[in-house]
Unconditional design. Structure first.
Length: 365
């Protein structure tokens, strides 16, 4: 009996020790991220339409039949290229007649000047009446006036003849054609739509609450909806300080780099970054846990233990959240394994993620 009591007294402490070891939670390996501050800023994304700097409905200036078409839909043209020719037979004849009348006027003016000069010489010798001298001087003046009139008529005829050809006023592409061979056209009739494909602009509507901070725009990008991952640098070209019924203002952006993705008429998004002087702690998305009450918390590693901490999130960035309250720079937050943690649990840090950079912050309003 004495031996049994001794054995029992030795076994009970070991059993108690075994139960106490199993009751302790196992340490969990986690990945942490050391927080740093970053410059605060805000981002704004607006949808709009890409528009050509030049978009013109070309029309004719004279009455005539369409004789020849040199372009069609989709044709790329350079400034000065011939687009259309009208029947110019009558215009050519009128031009030739005007040139003939100009030649006759020049001859008449030359002869009138000769007769006037002759009369002035004879006057000095008293061999001609004063009335004749005055008549010849008047005739010379009249001949000069008729010469000027003939020159003007010749210029008008030349311009009328030139207007029977329609040339491209700028580089671009033909986006529409409204005429065909043999059609009778009158002045003002639209024949082509010519759209420039360079120097495109993106027109968006800026909400009135962002108007006072437009001077704080730090960076601008155009993101075509056809290629959402393509970010094209741009600049603010103009803002129209007159609002519309929706209390927004026209903001015009111009791409600083050319890209084939920028096509007139296509939709795109303007991405504006506003610079601010304040700084904030940037928190990775993977560190954030949503509580049952809808608030947010993170696990902070302190002295080998994970401490659950309530936080207040600010604006959202592509690479995380700006923290308004609850965290400070330099603290380590858990970004892997936090779903399995409980408050005050012992942890082993497997690795530490790269710290957030101090680059320009960009947040969504």
């Amino acid at each position: 009996m004495r031996r049994l009591l001794l054995t029992t007294s030795l076994f009970l402490p070991l059993l108690a020790t075994s139960h106490s070891i199993k009751a302790q939670p196992n340490e969990l390996q986690v990945v942490t991220h050391r927080l740093q501050t970053t410059a605060m800023g805000s981002e704004l994304e607006l949808s709009g339409t890409l528009r050509a700097l030049r978009d013109s409905n070309l029309s004719v200036a004279v009455n005539a039949l369409v004789k020849q078409l040199h372009v069609d839909l989709g044709s790329h043209v350079k400034q000065g290229d011939l687009l259309l020719e009208l029947d110019d037979k009558i215009a050519k004849q009128q031009h030739q007649r005007a040139l003939a009348q100009l030649s006759a006027a020049e001859t008449a003016a030359t002869e009138a000047a000769r007769l006037r000069d002759e009369a002035l010489r004879l006057k000095q010798q008293s061999h001609i009446a004063q009335s004749e001298v005055s008549a010849r001087e008047s005739a010379a003046i009249l001949a000069v006036a008729r010469l000027q009139e003939a020159r003007a008529d010749a210029g008008i005829a030349a311009e009328q003849l030139a207007r029977h050809q329609l040339k491209a006023p700028f580089d671009g592409v033909i986006s529409a054609r409204w005429t065909d061979l043999g059609q009778w056209l009158t002045p003002g009739d639209q024949v082509f739509t010519l759209v420039s494909t360079d120097e495109l602009r993106l027109d968006v509507q800026l909400p009135q609450e962002h108007l006072p901070s437009i001077d704080q725009v730090h960076a601008v990008q155009i993101r075509p909806d056809s290629q959402p991952t393509l970010h094209i640098p741009a600049r603010v070209d103009a803002i129209v300080p007159v609002g519309d019924a929706s209390r927004s203002f026209l903001l015009r952006l111009v791409a600083t780099d050319s890209s084939p993705a920028l096509v007139p008429g296509a939709s795109a998004r303007a991405h504006l970054t506003f610079q601010q002087a304040k700084t904030a702690v940037l928190l990775p998305r993977d560190a954030v846990l949503r509580n049952a009450d809808g608030n947010f918390s993170v696990f902070v590693v302190e002295n080998g233990k994970a401490k659950r901490r309530q936080i207040a999130l600010g604006n959202t960035r592509r690479d995380g959240y700006l923290v308004e309250q609850g965290l400070e720079a330099g603290e380590q937050v858990v970004i892997r394994g936090n779903e399995l943690l409980s408050d005050d649990q012992s942890v082993t840090v497997a690795s530490t993620g790269a710290p957030s950079t101090n680059a320009q912050g960009q947040t969504n309003d």
